[in-house]
Design a protein around this ligand. Sequence first.
Ligand code: C2E
Ligand code: MG
Ligand code: MG
Length: 457
Amino acid sequence: MHILFIFFYLALLVSVLISCCFFQKKCKHLKQLAFQDHITQGFNITAFCQEYEKKVLQSPPHTYTIVFMNMKNFKWINEKYGSSMGDQILINLYHILKSQIGDEEFLCRDNSDCFFLCLKEHDPHTIGQRLSSMIEHMNHYSQKTTFEYTFYLGVYLIDDLTINARIAMDRSRIACYQKEAVNFCYFYKKKLSMRLNKEYELNQLFETSLYNHEFQLYFQPKIKLNDHSIVGLEILVRWQHPSLGMIAPSEFIPLFEKSNKICQLDLFVFEQVCKYLHDCQQKQKPIYPISVNLSRIHFKKSNFLEAFSRIKRKYGIPDKWIEFELTEYTFFDKEQRKAVKDAIDEMHQSGFLCSLDDFGVGFSALALLKDFNIDCIKLDREFFIDIENPKAQTIIAGFITLTKELGIKMVAEGIETANQIEILKHCGCEIVQGYYFARPYPLATLESWLDNFKNQF
Ligand code: C2E
Ligand code: MG
Ligand code: MG
């Protein structure tokens, strides 16, 4: 009985020991999963953040810097050589980077082809030199593999210890959105963060604002110089937000072009225009042809015109009452040009007119007039700012003759002074748009402006 008891205790002890070993192994494995990157076997993001708290947050500000390294051609490498080769490259790059940093510095791989480094440096020049030497080392290694490694480098010089590692890392990442690189690195600036926050906020507000009709139509008349008749109205959108106030198109159009929301917005504006024209028809009010701005983003989608044509039909809008204004950016992308050419032809078939906006600045080429079936050109206000300049007058007059011979209408944009009007008349210009005659007005103001204008001339 006594021996049996001892035997039982021994068995229990052995099983406890085995479970302990198993548990320890399991813990180690779990720890690895939690803190180790499965490809490089180095730190993962969680471990990086832990290290940040231990090292960076325990040092004075302006001691450390976070660098975000995003490889430029990695997707191509994966595509061409397969993902196991891609993984091997990441492992090698990780080891090269690790060999280039000090004991108090650390790094981790983020998703895919990105690394975060935390360097004990704060001088932009030294940081640039160290990063360039790291990349040199990588490319020295790559000589054996024929790849050339290039990176986007976002740098955040840690100056604020009240933010956590994730935010600091994000700052280095968003530094890459900046336009100019200093010493091939993009340094984080607070202004950029504010801009991105603002962009994020506006993007978030879009749907509700659209639903609540916070986007409002402003109308700017186009005037014929010889008899002061109104030959058309351009629609310019404004965002009247209940708490942010009036937001100008320059603040939200580029942003909505990035997020493709512009297509929804343009369609909304277009439908309001059709409703307005329909209303004028019903109430037998005078009707002016209307032009609406159409973002280049639409042209990425084939058949985008169908939605516009459907709305046009729904409100029974006759042909040639609506013109689309396209900016030169629409024609910039050479691959998109064929689609644009076809879309312009389709616009005509569907009963729309088409004009080329802001012509003459940027990269507008005269060849556009030859290759694209355009009804009207809007010459940019830049041409008329120094209208006293005889060369400017020669160009304007020459351009007017050219468009007349091509049978294309021409509108001078942004006309503000009586002097500009006189010179334009002298150059043979027929139609103008600008503050001299009228600013863009909301509908109610437009209607009273129309009454006054008729009495004035
Ligand atoms: P745009 O189509 O070239 O419109 C002319 C811009 O010049 C308008 O600015 C107008 O307010 C301004 N303007 C008119 N006359 C004068 C003048 O005499 N002097 C000066 N200094 N400016 C004048 P806005 O309304 O801020 O619009 C800016 C741009 O935003 C537009 O340029 C157009 O490209 C875009 N945009 C406006 N509404 C829409 C829209 O509904 N959809 C799209 N996709 N783009 C739009
Ligand atoms: Mg326009
Ligand atoms: Mg314009």
